[in-house]
Structure formats: C-alpha cells, structure tokens
Ligand binder design. Structure first.
Ligand code: GDP
Ligand code: IMO
Ligand code: MG
Length: 429
C-alpha cells in the first residue's frame, strides 16, 4: 500500500509537473485531486515541451493509469483542447485517463462570473486566472453545481437551469460594477457555449468512474498512487494569504477529500519549492523584490505564467512561509527546483524570520498584508553553471552549503534538486 502526495509549498509554479513526470515510473497510478485549468504544469523531455492544465502529469511515462479526481473542477472545452493536442502529438489518452463522476463542471457562465466578480472588486481584485475556478467551487459548496456524472442524466435541462441562474447573478454583478465605475462584463456567450457543448460531447469518449472506489480498489490490490497537487500551499483557501488565494484545499488533506483516500493511507509527502520565490496575481508577498535583482530572477527563470503569460512577481526564498507549509502538509521530503536560476548571483538572501510591527517572529502570522518586514541572512553564491551537473558530487561547495543551510532551517531532507527544465536535469540525493 502506497499513496504519496506531491504538492507545492509556495504560491504555485514550483515545478510540480516536471517532478511528477520524473517520479511516474515508480507508481501505478497518477491522480489530480484539486484545482482545474488554472494550473499550468510544464514538462520538457526529448526536446519537446508540454503544458498540462487538467490532465495529470503522469501520462508520458510507461502508459500508466491517470485519474482526474472528484476534487478537480473540469472545463470540458479546455479539456478537449488539451486532450486533442496531446493526441495529435502521439499521446492518445482515451484508454487510460479516467474522470471522476463527482468532479464538478466549469460552465461558460462560470468564467463570466469569475470576470464579473473581479470587476466588482475593482482595485482589490484577486487577479484570478479567469478560468471560472472560484464560481465553480462556490456552486459546489452552495450545492448548485453540475458534476461530470450529470452529463449522462438529463443534462440539457440541468445545464439550462444553471445557466439561467448564472445569467441573473451576472446581471446584478454588472449593475454593481457599473455603479462603482467599472466596465460590465459581456454576457454574449453563444460562441463559447457552442464550443463548450462540443467539449461535453468529446468528454464522453473518456470513462467516467466512481473514482473513490476505483482508487481504493487499486490500493487494496497493492498498487501505488502518486497524487499531484495544483497551485501551492500559500494559495490554499484555508491557510493561504486569504482572500488572495484559490478556491480549493491545495494542502495534503486535499488529496484525501479530492480522491476519497483515507488519511492513514498517505505515505510520503513531497514538498516542492523553488530556490527563490514567485507569485502571480495580487496579494501580499513579504520577500518580493522590486529592484534589478527581482528582474534578473524573472529574466533568467523565465518567470511568466504558463497559463496566462502574466509576469510572475519574484523574490527571495521565504523560510518562515516554508516552515509553515511543511508543517501543514506533513512534508517528509523536500524537492528544490530552479537552483540554476541563481547560478550567477554573487550573494543569495534567505528570509529566516519576520519583523511584525517591529517584533521578530518565526511563526507565519494571521496576516502578511502589512507591517511584515523580512529578516534576511546573506549567503555566498556559487557562480557555477549547475545545469550540466549530473550528480551531487559535481555541485560546487557553496551550493552544497546552501542546501545544508536550508535542510537545517527547514528540518527536512532535500531529496531531489532540479538544475534545469529538462527531465534529465534532476538530481536525487
Ligand atoms: P508547476 O505549475 O508547479 O508545474 O510549474 P510551472 O510549469 O508552472 O513552472 C515551472 C517552470 O520552470 C516551467 O517553465 C518549467 O519548465 C521550469 N523549470 C522546472 N524546473 C526547472 C529548473 O530546475 N530550472 C529551470 N531553469 N527551469 C525549471
Ligand atoms: P499551478 O498549478 C500560480 C493564482 C492566480 C490568482 C489566484 C486565484 O500552475 O501552480 P484562481 O484562478 O485559482 O481563482 O486564481 O491563484 N493561481 C496560480 N498561481 N500557479 C497556479 O497553478 C495558479 N492557479 C491559480 O494567479 O492569484
Ligand atoms: Mg504552473
């Protein structure tokens, strides 16, 4: 019995897709348990590059079974585009990608509602990916959602009722937006809806399953499961920088609710982080750099969103936040990504504590909005090209020291170090 979870410890884009692909040969099944096409998971191998949004990153190695769990929100149109692109590049998934009947559907009007909510918030907007994530999870929790299983049962009527309800909501949100001086959002969804309904038809090519039964039967028969997180712990709806978060539980517990796996079945929890830190969208970010150093990290790290193309905000590694996210997830092994991005920095900073209104603390506070000042230690850079390293033995001493420093501060071993985007540029320790 083995169920391991791999999840992000920062604000997303840590490199989850790359490492899930690397680890896939060790598992029988790979699953996604939360989030939706707000995710963009990038994989590079054999000179090819793929960006996955709703499909798990375990599809490329060894013909493994991949499952989209009940905790995921699925947009049939975006799913269709993703699956067709993969099929065209030789990866037909219809026989080995299964979808939970209990996964909730993102409707065209959810996307419009997402935009309308943002318009009403004006300057206080979340900076969402615009994929309808928040409104779909809202409908789930308010017991108004449509699920994949509904596609097989009187779907047209259910869809029409949901759409009518949404259009009324959009109208009233638009009135508020206009009163506040914001632009109303367009409710002309005819073309989008047409394509979306094609997506619903396309989805039927895939097997809809009672995923909680299927996964638990796999576990019972001795098969191993890798659960792939989306977003990151600092975007978790309960523990992230609320309200600037996503709408799902991105933490390890989300794998239990998002798949129907009992907590005592979870084995290793792989916590993945970058050697520095990034964030897309609005919200607080204590170690953010607004200077040339931040720009240099963005340029070298190609820190632009895989989904929206937006510039990612960049800053130094935040160990206060990492200790917090390691605690919340019960992380057993750490994975450090994008170490090579810091190759040319003479010195590297790490935030070891916060000064909150002048008082130093190592505990992540209720709010990191205002009055939080990072306390840094400065470490020497390694000034070496790490991208060519094939083993730990080839690491320069200053980089080994950086790893040792982080392991001590985080009280958790760093078992994998990534030194470039390619599958091969992954070093295990
Ligand atoms: P995810 O959402 O957590 O899967 O991460 P993303 O794919 O959104 O962002 C990670 C980005 O960094 C992608 O463009 C990857 O190709 C790239 N990447 C992953 N690991 C490394 C690494 O070790 N070094 C460098 N330079 N790039 C990496
Ligand atoms: P992966 O899986 C980085 C951010 C958005 C926004 C907030 C809410 O690739 O790491 P949403 O559309 O979810 O309602 O937006 O969350 N966000 C991400 N940031 N990586 C992601 O996914 C993200 N998914 C959502 O930018 O700030
Ligand atoms: Mg991403």
């Amino acid at each position: 019995m083995k169920v391991d979870v791999l999840l992000g410890l920062q604000w997303g884009d840590e490199g989850k897709g790359k490492v899930v692909d690397v680890l896939t040969p060790r598992y029988d099944i790979v699953t996604r348990f939360q989030g939706g096409p707000n995710a963009g998971h990038t994989l590079e191998f054999n000179g090819e590059k793929y960006v996955l949004r709703s499909i798990p990153s375990g599809i490329f190695q060894g013909g493994k079974v991949n499952i989209i769990g009940n905790g995921v929100v699925l947009d049939p149109l975006l799913f269709m585009k993703e699956a067709i692109e993969l099929a065209q590049s030789g990866h037909d998934l219809t026989e080995r990608l299964f979808i939970s009947k209990k996964a909730h559907l993102i409707l065209p009007t959810h996307r419009v509602l997402d935009a309308a909510n943002e318009a009403v918030k004006g300057a206080a907007k979340i900076g969402t990916t615009g994929k309808g994530i928040g409104p779909t999870y809202t409908d789930k929790v308010s017991r108004n959602g449509l699920r994949v299983g509904d596609i097989l049962d009187n779907f047209e009527a259910k869809y029409a009722a949901a759409k009518a309800r949404h259009l009324e909501m959009i109208e009233s949100l638009n009135a508020i937006a206009v009163a506040k001086g914001s632009e109303p959002v367009s409710t002309d969804i005819a073309e989008l809806e047409k394509q979306w309904l094609e997506g619903v038809e396309y989805l039927k090519k895939f097997k809809f399953i009672d995923s909680e039964h299927v996964i638990n039967n796999y576990i019972k028969s001795g098969k191993s499961v890798l659960c792939e997180g989306a977003q990151g712990t600092l975007l978790d709806v309960d523990f992230g920088s609320y309200p600037f978060v996503t709408s799902s539980n991105t933490i390890c517990a989300g794998a239990c609710t998002g798949l129907g796996i009992a907590p005592n079945k979870i084995g290793d929890v792989f916590g993945i982080f970058k050697a520095y830190c990034t964030r897309v969208g609005s919200g607080p970010f204590p170690t953010e750099l607004f200077d040339e150093t931040g720009k240099k990290i963005r340029d070298i790290g190609h820190e632009y969103g895989a989904v929206t193309g937006r510039e990612r905000r960049c800053g130094w590694i935040d160990l206060v936040a990492l200790r917090y996210t390691i605690m919340l997830n019960g992380v057993t092994q750490l994975i450090m990504m994008k170490s090579d991005v810091l190759d040319t920095f003479a010195t590297i900073k790490a935030c070891t504590a916060y000064k909150v209104n002048g008082v130093e603390t190592t505990e992540f506070p209720f709010s990191i909005d205002e009055g939080v000042e990072p306390v840094y230690v400065e470490l020497p850079g390694w000034n070496t090209d790490l991208t060519k390293c094939k083993s730990e033995a080839e690491f320069p001493q200053a980089f080994k020291d950086y790893i040792a420093f982080l392991e001590k501060e985080l009280e958790t071993p760093i078992k994998i170090v990534s030194v470039g985007p390619d599958r091969e540029q992954t070093i295990e320790r």
